[in-house]
Design a protein around this ligand. Structure first.
Ligand SMILES: Nc1nc2c(ncn2[C@@H]2O[C@H](COP(=O)(O)OP(=O)(O)O)[C@@H](O)[C@H]2O)c(=O)[nH]1
Ligand SMILES: [Mg+2]
Length: 363
């Protein structure tokens, strides 16, 4: 049996990683071997650490997106389980990527020599993104170029998944589903909460279908796409935090994300995603902010206090990467001081994503 390949599309902060964890748990509980592949333009991914800490086999394609480092994607797939393919491969692309049918799915089907069974390609939506872009609601938050990428993501999907239904009223979900159906006819719309698990039975069933999926090749204006991606400043860093008298991991992480969130809100720099993971003695906490308009949350508390922890912070914000780096470093200093802790920066990268140049583009 060829391995089933499930690509989880969706914008930054849509809920892809949370969904990947839930799918992985589901297939693992059925006795299937699951491999997850994460992806980013830089190394040190919160997502990779978060999924590994859940006990999954995670391969990472770091340094460029799947489309631009296609051979790294296939090599990562090969390397999982020492060359023996898992039964299910769950892949999470970079949230600002689109054109994945032509540059990832089609090449996997026709260039990659190992046969894979391509599952229906679903794109996850965060309702507030959908409402802003497809229903034209609400203030700011999306530049026209970012909105272009978002729309293209939906256009190439086999089906669309409205996430976070735990947070919104059913009639709001209906309105959003109607907006998707009217703008993109023929895409089935599923409704889930990756947080509570609601709607996943239907999602699992949907993914089990066999057929000709991942075929919606589309036209993409690569200039607009590149400009949209380059509006974001990108930062990944890894650090070690120590405090002689100990510190609370949850509070520390949430303080970092909240302080960054507030700083960018006052600078009117739109947050696309801020995330931080803290790991210590087998415990881990995760904190997230997914927009300037929603409250930062401790997505995963550890209730752990420690004298030392390893942290990874990833920030994608519509601002200059130099300013982003200054803000992150200064907030890490402030928060450490508040907790009477010290930190040592181990790696730090900040940049604007370069123009996407896909390895293959099969139309
Ligand atoms: N309330 C709620 N929060 C969610 C849901 N799915 C994801 N989140 C939260 O949204 C944030 C971003 O999720 P993540 O999976 O990292 O998004 P990604 O960037 O698409 O991978 C995290 O804080 C998650 O805990 C959901 O269904 N409901
Ligand atoms: Mg993610």
């Amino acid at each position: 049996m060829p391995a089933r390949f499930i690509l989880i599309g969706g914008f930054l902060g849509a809920g892809k990683s949370t969904t990947a964890g839930r799918l992985a748990r589901h297939y693992t509980s059925q006795g299937l071997r699951v491999g997850v592949v994460t992806n980013d333009q830089a190394t040190d991914l919160v997502d990779t650490h978060a999924l590994r800490n859940q006990g999954y086999e995670v391969g990472e394609v770091a340094g460029a997106c799947f489309c631009c480092s296609f051979n790294d994607l296939t090599a990562t797939v090969e390397a999982m389980r020492s060359g023996e393919l898992p039964d299910v491969i769950i892949a999470e692309p970079v949230g600002s990527c689109t054109d994945l049918v032509a540059t990832v799915i089609r090449p996997l089907a026709s260039v990659y020599e190992t046969p894979l069974e391509i599952a229906p390609y679903g794109v996850i939506l965060k309702p507030s993104h959908g409402q802003k872009i497809l229903q034209g609601d609400g203030k700011g938050g999306f530049s026209p170029k970012a909105a272009y990428i978002f729309r293209k993501q939906v256009e190439e999907a086999d089906f669309v998944v409205i996430n976070r239904i735990d947070e919104i009223e059913p009639d709001e979900v209906d309105t959003l589903a109607a907006a998707i159906e009217s703008e993109y006819p023929g895409r089935p719309v599923l409704r889930i909460s990756a947080k509570t698990g609601e709607g996943f039975e239907e999602y699992f069933e949907f993914l089990q279908q066999s057929g000709e999926f991942g075929q919606r090749v589309m036209e993409v204006d690569y200039d607009l796409y590149a400009e949209g991606e380059a509006e974001l400043g990108w930062l990944n860093c890894q650090l070690k935090v120590t405090a002689e008298s100990g510190f609370e991991l949850d509070g520390f992480l949430l303080s970092i994300v909240e302080s960054l969130h507030n700083e960018f809100a006052s600078a009117e720099a739109e947050v696309a995603h801020l995330k931080a993971i803290g790991m210590s003695d087998g415990n881990y906490s995760v904190a997230n902010s997914v927009s300037s308009f929603t409250k930062p949350v401790l997505s995963l508390p550890s209730k752990h206090s420690t004298r030392s922890a390893n942290l990874v912070v990833n920030a994608r914000v519509a601002t200059d990467p130099t300013m982003l780096e200054e803000s992150v470093v200064s907030i890490l200093k402030q928060v450490s001081q508040t907790y009477s802790a010290d930190f040592e920066m181990e790696t730090l990268q900040s940049f604007r994503p370069g123009r996407p140049v896909p390895t293959h583009r099969i139309v």
